[in-house]
Design a protein around this ligand. Structure first.
Ligand code: M6R
Length: 366
């Protein structure tokens, strides 16, 4: 069943172009985005949506956090993202014009299901599940649904579920923008072209595996790592840190790069590798100055930059250029090398990649 792959995680990382193509099938031949892909009643619900509340756990929380940047910048809809286990137990102020979006690979995560029920009990009845398992409890509990078509994910570390969730959330962003009159026909066709090209773009990033493997060998001996990103790539830095600690047991933390000098910079020395997610966007110059601060303290830098970025390799600064800059959807591409990095670091360390200690694939207990 594993074919040419050594582990399910590796297989699932490499299945991402196909998983994305399958998930994006509803727009494959269409020149327009149809809100009905979220359910027959979706048009009215999306039209009445004034804010979005996203609830999820773990990796699914990170896809929701990425989508927040898209929803606010493209659809102009205020969005809050909350960890399901926090939301369900805190006193919050319900607003009924909110679309509650729950994201879950398994559809069985106890806290996410309970958070959805809690939101409904507060009167928030407009609910959407983005899920990889059609018959799951979370899908049954939600009014609208979008099923990602990642296929079964066996590895405990979530990979293809994450990128297909991002694809679903990009579609949601476009649908919300469209029904609320915030998407010109030209923008719509531009985004759809980008989405349709996504599987090919991801395929090209996967070709970077040999180089990433070399990087992994360099820092698999480290005890700690710091992941930095800004904007929609901050959640990607968070996801990279989660992947690394989950399967290689290297302690990893992620920070919004602007937070560096507010505390974590004190940790940086030659034994603290810093991984930076550095797309060629409007925040790149800010990020570069954060990276100089790291370098000045002797921290070794591993930078995932975009094609064409002017970032020279120097002593202690390793740069890997992504094949292309991908605009709004760049987070989908930038997470791939981080998945590969943690996979190869785990291989060097000899950990049980598909079944990391203490973890279960589906967290059905609280
Ligand atoms: O099935 P879910 O998406 O609801 O699961 C949520 C988390 O348990 C899950 O994403 C977990 O963080 C992964 N093991 C991360 O790789």
């Amino acid at each position: 069943e594993l074919g040419k792959y050594r582990h399910y995680m590796q297989k699932e990382i490499f299945e991402q172009p196909q998983a994305l193509a399958n998930t994006l099938e509803p727009i494959a031949g269409a020149g327009i985005i149809s809100p009905q892909i979220f359910g027959a009643e979706a048009v009215d619900v999306l039209k009445a949506t004034r804010r979005v509340l996203i609830l999820a756990c773990g990796t699914s929380y990170h896809s929701g956090f990425t989508a927040r940047y898209w929803l606010e910048s493209v659809a102009k809809i205020p969005c809050t993202v909350e960890i399901a286990s926090e939301y369900r137990y805190r006193e919050s102020v319900p607003e009924t014009d909110t679309l509650v979006v729950v994201i879950s690979q398994s559809g069985e995560t106890a806290d996410t299901l309970a958070a959805l029920k809690h939101a409904k009990s507060l009167g928030m009845t407009k609910t959407l599940a983005i899920c990889n398992v059609p018959e799951s409890a979370i899908v049954r509990e939600a009014a609208l649904r979008f099923i990602t078509r990642a296929g079964p994910e066996i590895g405990v570390a979530s990979t293809k579920a994450f990128t297909t969730q991002l694809a679903a959330l990009a579609l949601l962003t476009l649908a919300l923008a469209k029904v609320n009159g915030r998407l010109s026909a030209e923008q719509e066709s531009g985004y759809l072209t980008q989405l349709r090209h996504l599987p090919v773009a991801v395929g090209k990033v996967l070709d970077l595996e040999p180089e990433i493997e070399r990087w992994a060998q360099r820092f698999a001996s480290k005890q700690h790592a710091l992941f930095l990103g800004r904007g929609s790539h901050w959640p990607i830095a968070m996801e990279g840190a989660l992947k690394l600690k989950e399967i290689s047991y290297i302690h990893a933390e992620s920070y919004a790069a602007g937070e560096l000098k507010h505390g974590p910079l004190a940790l940086v020395d030659k034994d603290m590798p810093v991984i930076a997610v550095a797309p060629a966007d409007e925040l790149l110059e800010k990020l570069k100055s954060n990276l100089q601060e790291v370098r000045a303290r002797g921290g070794e830098l591993y930078v995932f930059a975009d094609a064409g970025s002017e970032m020279p390799e120097t002593e202690g600064v390793h740069i890997l250029h992504m094949p292309e800059h991908y605009g709004l959807l760049s987070p989908v591409l930038h997470v791939i090398p981080l998945q590969l990095l943690s996979y190869h670091a785990a291989l060097v360390k000899g950990t049980d990649v598909d079944k990391p200690r203490n973890l279960a694939k589906s967290v059905t207990v609280e």
